[in-house]
Ligand binder design. Structure first.
Ligand code: XBP
Ligand code: MG
Length: 257
C-alpha cells in the first residue's frame, strides 16, 4: 500500500452512532421512549423532536436538557442526578435488548473496511459518546461474539469528563493507542463528532446520517453518503475522492498523506 511515511495510517478511530450503524431514530429513540413508559412518564420523543435533542450528546445529558426545556417542574425531583442515571440505565437495557434482537444492521462498507484494516494490520479503535454496553452489544450482534476484541481501544461514554464536541474521547483513545494523531484518521457522522476529532488533531472522513446530512462539515477531509461498496459506490458530498468509489485502506492513506 503506497503511503507517505510521514503520515502512514496506523489506526482508524470509528465513531459509533450514525457511523457504524444508524442507531438513533429507530434504536436509541424507541429505547428512551420505552424507559419513559416503564417509569410512568408521559414523555414521548418523536423523530422530529429527537433530531433537535441530538445536538446534546450523551443520553443522561440529553434527558436533563429535555427536562430543562420541556419539563422544568421535574427538575425539582429529590436526588435528580441519581434519578436521571436510573432512567438512563433503564433506557440502556431497552437499547441493548433491541440490539441483541439484531434490529440494527451496520451501515454500508463498515464490515468490508473493518476486515480489510485488520488484514492490513492497521489498528481499529472506537471513540464514542454512547455507553460502553451499547458498543459491545452492537459489535457482538453484527460482527460476532469475539469482535470487541478486534478493537485495540474502545473509548465510550463516561470514561472521559467531556463529551463530543469536546475532544476528550479522541485524546483518550489516542493516548491509549500510544499513537500521534498524524498516524491516525477518524470516521464520523456528525458536526459534534467532527469538531471533537479535529480538535484532537485528526483528519476526519464524514459519512452523513439522516439526522446529520445538513450539518456543517467544514474541515472534514471528505464528506460522503457512506463508506461505499464496490456494488454500491458512495456519493461524494464534499471534497475530492480522487475518482474512488468506496473507502478502503489505500484511500484513507492517501487522505492522510
Ligand atoms: C451519540 C450520542 C449518544 C447516543 C445515545 O454518540 O450522543 O449519546 O445518542 O447513547 P456517538 P447513550 O455519535 O459519539 O457514537 O444514551 O448511551 O449516551
Ligand atoms: Mg455519531
Amino acid at each position: 500500500m503506497k503511503t507517505d511515511m510521514n503520515n502512514e495510517i496506523r489506526a482508524v478511530l470509528f465513531d459509533v452512532d450514525g457511523t457504524l450503524a444508524d442507531t438513533e431514530r429507530d434504536g436509541h429513540r424507541p429505547a428512551f421512549n420505552a424507559a419513559f413508559a416503564e417509569l410512568g412518564l408521559t414523555w414521548d420523543w418523536d423523530a422530529e423532536l429527537y433530531g433537535k435533542l441530538l445536538t446534546i450528546t450523551g443520553g443522561k445529558e440529553r434527558i436533563r436538557h429535555y427536562m430543562e426545556k420541556y419539563a422544568p417542574d421535574e427538575l425539582r425531583r429529590n436526588g435528580l442526578n441519581d434519578w436521571i442515571a436510573g432512567l438512563h440505565k433503564t433506557k440502556t437495557r431497552h437499547f441493548v435488548a433491541l440490539l441483541d434482537r439484531g434490529e440494527i444492521p451496520l451501515r454500508p462498507g463498515v464490515v468490508r473496511l473493518i476486515h480489510q484494516l485488520r488484514e492490513a494490520k492497521i489498528k481499529i479503535a472506537i471513540a464514542t459518546t454512547t455507553s460502553p454496553e451499547n458498543v459491545t452489544a452492537l459489535l457482538k450482534s453484527t460482527l460476532g461474539e469475539r469482535s470487541p476484541d478486534w478493537f485495540s481501544v474502545i473509548g465510550a461514554g463516561d470514561i472521559v469528563p467531556g463529551k463530543k464536541p469536546a475532544s476528550d474521547i479522541y485524546l483518550w483513545v489516542l493516548d491509549q493507542l500510544g499513537l500521534p494523531a498524524r498516524h491516525c484518521i477518524a470516521v464520523e457522522d456528525s458536526e459534534n463528532g467532527l469538531i471533537a476529532a479535529l480538535a484532537a488533531g485528526l483528519n476526519t472522513v464524514i459519512t452523513v446520517s439522516d439526522y446529520t446530512r445538513h450539518q456543517n462539515f467544514n474541515g472534514a477531509a471528505l464528506v460522503l453518503s457512506n463508506l461505499g461498496e464496490p456494488t454500491q459506490p458512495f456519493a461524494v458530498l464534499a471534497g475530492n475522492a480522487q475518482g474512488r468509489r468506496w473507502v478502503d485502506a489505500e484511500m484513507l492513506a492517501e487522505l492522510n498523506s
